[in-house]
Design a protein around this ligand. Structure first.
Ligand code: PGA
Length: 258
């Protein structure tokens, strides 16, 4: 049984004061939950504030993005080294909002993966199809293309540091959750690809998360889906109680299985 990983992606929400309040609420409300790894991904501007709050706890931090270079003339970007310095252990790479709104390519994702690992940041790489692609029967092909590209520079020994988030674009922020069958099929496909690309034993160590309108009311169903090793939560992570009830759903499932 893999330790479930539940990630709060706060996106571009929260002043430092709001982020501090939310982080404290998650920290206090989540005390006692030991068998789920909880990661908060605040905006860059709140990373050091949140880090000061979570530093002595089991809660980990993620950056929502990084550039692939260590430094240089890249206005508006931050490097993996900078994210690391702010207390991040993880980084979200290739989120569909970055791909769609900021034209982030498969190649950029691949470069970011390598740079993150080089700086000892664990990548949470996002893959997933649009509604149009699903309707055309291209779901598996899209996932395969994105994953193959993302892992291009990631060797066998580094693969265990990678988590893959399957996030169908049509389910993100829409309130439209993929069905357990759709999630199970996609996660099986991701696991299968990981095994084929980097070896069975190595691939087994990767966690595959689901993301896309995960809420307290669908979390119980989600945790029962085979190959779901955690969740990437956007909207529902902005309310501590909602986020914690998702974390608790994974907690109950891992207690039940152990
Ligand atoms: P959502 O976002 O939970 O609001 O759908 C998920 C994500 O973008 O990672």
């Amino acid at each position: 049984m893999k330790l479930p990983l539940v990630v709060a992606n706060w996106k571009m929400h929260g002043t430092q004061a709001e982020a501090a309040t939310l982080a404290r609420q998650v920290l206090n409300g989540g005390r006692g939950i030991r068998d789920v790894e909880v990661v908060l991904a605040p905006p860059f501007t709140a990373l050091s504030t949140v880090s000061a709050i979570t530093i002595d706890s089991a809660i980990q931090l993620a950056a929502q993005n990084v550039h692939w270079e260590t430094e240089g003339a890249f206005t508006g970007e931050i490097s993996p080294k900078m994210a690391r310095e702010l207390g991040c252990q993880y980084v979200i790479i290739g989120h569909s909002e970055r791909r769609r709104l900021f034209q982030e390519s498969d190649q950029a994702v691949a470069q970011k993966m390598v740079a993150a690992l080089r700086s000892d940041l664990r990548p949470i790489v996002c893959v997933g199809e649009t509604l149009r692609e699903r309707k055309r029967g291209k779901t598996n092909a899209v996932i395969a293309r994105q994953l193959r590209a993302a892992l291009k520079g990631v060797g066998k020994s580094a693969i265990e540091k990678v988590a893959v988030a399957y996030e169908p674009v049509w389910a993100i922020g829409t309130g439209r959750n993929a069905t357990p069958e759709q999630i199970a099929a996609a996660h099986r496909w991701v696991r299968d690809l990981l095994q084929r690309l980097r070896g069975k034993k190595e691939a087994e160590r990767c966690r595959i998360l689901y993301g896309g309108s995960v809420r307290p009311d669908n979390a119980a169903e989600l945790v029962k889906v085979p190959e779901v090793n955690g969740a990437l939560v956007g909207g529902a992570s902005l309310k501590a109680e909602a986020f914690l009830s998702i974390v608790r759903a994974f907690h109950s499932e891992s207690v039940a299985e152990s």
